[in-house]
Design a protein around this ligand. Structure first.
Ligand SMILES: Nc1ncnc2c1ncn2[C@@H]1O[C@H](COP(=O)(O)OP(=O)(O)O)[C@@H](O)[C@H]1O
Ligand SMILES: [Mg+2]
Length: 456
């Protein structure tokens, strides 16, 4: 996994090296240029100053004096007459000088000019300054400088640049190697964390510092790990509950079947056992149906198909359907609604919701009590309340009744036939509609199930 830091580092290196090269090259070129210019200017200034002296005193002793001065210096001088004939010279400059003097053109400005500027190929660079006395050219002062010293200087400069260049490349490599590691280390850690997650190990601890994108990613992975762990735990608990829920009826079925098949069993007794077996099978069937219902909702494929529904006619149909069950228990079911209330719902699913709630109201109420359905339109919501006068739900159980398999009275569950999944299904469906459901209850007095649905 060093790959990403290597790639990143190489990319940085190529860019930085490119920038460094351009900068160094331009710096080098300007530096060389200005140093050479300086040399030429100095040479020209020296020639001009000799010329100035000679213009004041053009006599053999001054001429000699000038040549003598130059024989001590690094530079050399040649003085010619106006025709270019060499009069005086310092040192052994003659061969090079004759070549240049021959070539020199005669229109030379008074400030002088450069006559040999090729410092790379020639042995000397050279300038010329005309001596003008009373408006007439009297002669010329040629100045020469050996290019070896210039070459030397440039070589030194080159050497310095090489050293600094190598050093900066070296420093660049170290810096980039460090930086790309610092940048990629969190990425590598996150990759390791996700690998751990995919193997089912959720004990992921990423140290997340700062607020940047990498930190956000780290936090997201951490959250993902927590969620996955929770889901796994929940799934295991759910599976445990399912097997527990199935185990009890299966034990009954097995036990009663065993008794019922004994040979000396009376007809009536056997029928009693068989009907218990039938009831238990029915209960299991209901359980499996509810589980299947929940499983469908857990999948992302769960979709509701909303259509505009008039709630009054919806409740009327529901009332007609449920009325016989209520009558059988000598209870009454009433509904109140305002004919104008319409809402977008999935009618089949919502009927499932209401049937579950009414089934509970019926199951957990006594004879002679009334169950009512009330619909109200509030500011932005439609509120549906299913109220009963039954036994109510104890305060401590109220927060849990929407959980899967949760039943207030665990021991009675088998006889009352509940699976403990009804309200879990209800909640899923209501939430899929964008609504919410909660219960309000007073123990011993009755329960209100309150659904809110978004308007429209
Ligand atoms: N109207 C109600 N009155 C009293 N208790 C209720 C009512 N509705 C639900 N409960 C309690 O909530 C539990 C969960 O309800 P539900 O999910 O429908 O499961 P069940 O299959 O037991 O009906 C029930 O077992 C019951 O204890
Ligand atoms: Mg129920």
């Amino acid at each position: 996994m060093r790959k990403i830091s290597f790639k990143l580092g190489l990319l940085f290196f190529v860019f930085v090296l490119g920038i460094e090269t351009v900068l160094f090259a331009s710096l080098y070129i300007t530096l060389v240029h200005s140093r050479i210019n300086e040399e030429f200017e100095q040479l020209l200034a020296r020639g001009n100053s000799h010329r100035d002296v000679l213009e004041k005193n053009y006599d053999p002793s001054t001429l000699e004096h000038v040549t003598m001065m130059e024989s001590e210096a690094e530079t050399d001088v040649v003085i010619t007459d106006d025709k270019g004939k060499i009069l005086y010279f310092s040192d052994h400059i003659l061969p090079a000088a004759q070549k240049i003097i021959k070539k020199a053109n005669k229109h030379i400005p008074h400030d002088g000019m450069i006559v040999q500027k090729d410092w790379q190929k020639e042995s000397h660079i050279s300038t010329v300054s005309p001596i003008r006395i009373a408006g007439k050219i009297k002669g010329y002062v040629y100045m020469f400088q050996n290019t070896d010293s210039i070459q030397n200087m440039i070589d030194k400069l080159k050497h310095h640049f090489m050293m600094v260049g190598i050093l900066s490349v070296f420093l660049t490599i170290i810096t980039i190697a460090l930086l790309s590691r610092i940048i990629t280390i969190p990425l590598i850690r996150m990759k390791q964390a996700t690998e751990k997650l995919s193997k089912g190990d959720f004990s992921v601890h990423l140290q997340v510092k700062g607020e940047d994108e990498l930190a956000e990613l780290g936090k997201a992975i951490q959250t993902l790990a927590r969620d996955l762990e929770y889901l796994k735990k929940e799934r295991n608990e759910f599976l445990a509950s399912i097997s527990h829920e199935l185990r009890t009826p299966l034990t009954y079925v097995k036990g009663y079947a065993d008794i019922a098949r004994r040979p000396n069993m009376g007809e009536e007794e056997r029928n009693r056992y068989l009907s218990i077996i039938y009831e238990e099978a029915e209960h299991m069937q209901k359980l499996v149906k509810d589980l299947f219902e929940l499983a469908k909702m857990d999948q992302h494929s769960f979709q509701i198909h909303k259509e505009l529904t008039n709630l009054c006619s919806f409740f009327k149909k529901l009332h007609d359907k449920m009325q016989p069950a209520f009558q059988a228990k000598k209870m009454s079911l009433v509904y109140y609604c305002d004919g104008s209330i319409t809402v977008h719902i999935d009618q089949k699913r919502f009927e499932q919701v209401m049937m579950n709630l009414l089934d509970n109201a019926l199951k957990y109420s006594d004879q002679g009590s009334i169950v009512s359905i009330d619909v109200r339109k509030e500011k932005h919501h439609i509120v549906i309340i299913v109220a009963d006068e039954g036994r109510g739900i104890p305060k401590e159980d109220l927060p849990h009744i929407f959980e899967r398999f949760y039943r207030v009275d665990k021991s009675r569950s088998r006889t009352s036939g509940g699976t403990g999944l009804g309200l879990a299904i209800v909640k899923e469906i209501v939430e899929a509609h964008g609504g919410a459901i909660y219960a309000a209850s007073e123990y011993g007095k009755g329960t209100n199930m309150i659904i809110t649905l978004p308007e429209g």
